[in-house]
Design a protein around this ligand. Structure first.
Ligand SMILES: N[C@@H](CCC(=O)N[C@@H](CS)C(=O)NCC(=O)O)C(=O)O
Length: 340
């Protein structure tokens, strides 16, 4: 009996301890430890992937670096935790990471029941299918009876089930936890189809033995708004992550970038840019940060368009056109809330 009580007490303490580390005042915790701990993927080219020297880079990684630039004035003050799709939410809930920036789709259940807040959308996407060219398949509607390789713990798994059920098609899911296992299984012919976000298909196809030997089918079967995530219960940290993303987006909209940020800071008379770069309005104070929070982001990390072009855009191996991710006044739906 005594033993049971001790075990129960330890369990309660354990939970409280966990809640403590995952509770409010994330900004204070981050400042104390001297870095932002950012949850990323285990290696998704263009989004979060270690370069040849082992440094993490990509569109999702730049969001982590932006938060570090906003908080510390130093984009390098960030550490990365590579997480599988299945591990990612527990890592955030338990306080192991301060922010999750890992091609994660914003859904109602994740936003509520999982105790999380999505701080915006850094890539509007949708789910697609890839097959070997020599199969001669032209449409997803022809996939009846196919075996489909997929990652566990993803929206991908659920959308796939919806799609086949809605179209009254049989299929055989072949599931793995690690993304590289999914890719390897597909590449070795263990399944006919590989399904994930279209951006993921563009990224993972680079790992196939013969990337050109595969086609992405025309159907987009879901909405996948991908964005950074924080825990419920810390509005200030939520605001910091949210406005770090908006800073990247709104500076692009107003033509501020890493190369002209100093010149703009010294010479611009545009009131919007003056607020973005901290010469007017003291926006940083409202976030609990210094006046240069957004200047540091754009100077050290770049605006959204710079990051997009560098890592996933048409001139990169992923070759993704801006599409939905163009600015709202350039035919897309990326729309930063005003920094004012
Ligand atoms: N956006 C979907 C899928 C995310 C996902 O984890 N996709 C896999 C396949 S592209 C992945 O990112 N793997 C990379 C990794 O785990 O390193 C979700 O949020 O559930």
């Amino acid at each position: 009996m005594k033993l049971v009580k001790t075990v129960a007490a330890t369990a309660v303490l354990g939970v409280l301890g966990m809640a403590g580390s995952a509770g409010a005042a994330t900004l204070e915790d981050v400042q104390k430890k001297g870095h932002v701990q950012c949850g990323v993927s285990q290696g998704l080219p263009g989004f979060s992937n270690p370069d040849t020297a082992g440094n993490w880079e990509g569109l999702d990684v730049d969001l982590c670096r932006a938060v570090a630039a906003a908080v510390f004035g130093d984009a390098s003050k960030v550490k990365f935790s590579p997480l599988s799709a299945k591990e990612r939410f527990t890592a955030l809930q338990s306080g192991e990471v301060d922010v999750l920036s890992r091609n994660t789709t914003w859904t109602l259940v994740r936003d509520t029941a999982l105790g999380l807040n999505f701080a915006g959308v850094n890539y509007y996407d949708g789910q697609g299918f890839m097959v070997r060219k020599d199969l001669g398949v032209k449409s997803a509607k022809e996939l009846g009876g196919a075996s489909v390789c997929v990652n566990i713990g993803t929206t991908t798994e659920l959308n796939m089930a919806d799609f086949f059920r809605a179209n009254k098609l049989d299929y055989k899911p072949v599931v793995f936890e690690k993304a590289d296992e999914v890719v390897a299984a597909y590449d070795s012919g263990r399944c006919d189809v590989y399904t994930t976000d279209r951006s993921g298909l563009a990224a993972q196809r680079l790992k196939l033995k013969d990337p050109k030997g595969h086609v992405v089918l025309p159907e987009t079967i879901s909405k996948e708004p991908l964005g950074p995530v924080v825990r419920h219960g810390d509005d200030q940290w939520f605001d910091i992550v949210k406005w770090s993303l908006y800073c990247m987006l709104e500076t692009e909209e107003y033509g501020v970038n890493s190369k002209n940020a100093d010149d703009m800071k010294a010479n611009t008379t545009d009131p919007v840019i003056r607020r973005q770069l901290g010469m007017e309005g003291d926006m940083g104070k409202n976030l609990g940060l210094g006046p240069d929070w957004c200047y540091n982001i754009v100077k050290q990390v770049g605006n959204y368009g710079e990051s997009y072009d560098k890592y996933v855009g048409e001139k990169t191996p992923l070759g993704l056109s801006r599409g939905l991710n163009a600015q709202w006044n350039k035919g897309g739906i990326q729309y930063a809330m005003p920094v004012r």
